[in-house]
Design a protein around this ligand. Sequence first.
Ligand SMILES: [Fe+2]
Ligand SMILES: [Fe+2]
Length: 141
Amino acid sequence: MTTAAWGWSDRLVSKFEPMDETHQEFVSLCAALALADDESFLQSLDALIVHTEQHFEQENLWMREHSFPPLGCHQKEHDAVLELMQEVRRSVAAGDTELGARLAEELPHWFEHHVDSMDNMLARFMLNLSDEVAPSLTQSA
Ligand SMILES: [Fe+2]
Ligand SMILES: [Fe+2]
């Protein structure tokens, strides 16, 4: 798989709509990063970092609000990836464009694994919560 050919696909669908919308944006921004040239790379990376901060904070908030059991592990992975992106940003700004290209190449692999191992579990948990809330809404209507 080359990063440039990477895009949204059924394997990334979690069925939890707010998460899927955010993940589609992440995939688009990663694809834009892979296509960026030296001139536009930092701008694309900044856009991806801004998105990722909000993306991860939303998931962290869902986990905290609903006492999701694997919160610590999931949040730790978010923190590590965000820190890596920021480190690479500093290196690219200092002239290490090769490291930027490696990040663009590796992020899709990381993301697919993260969705499979962590986000899908959170999505199922959130969908179960809405199933539990739905009957009480029906009764009070
Ligand atoms: Fe996510
Ligand atoms: Fe996540």
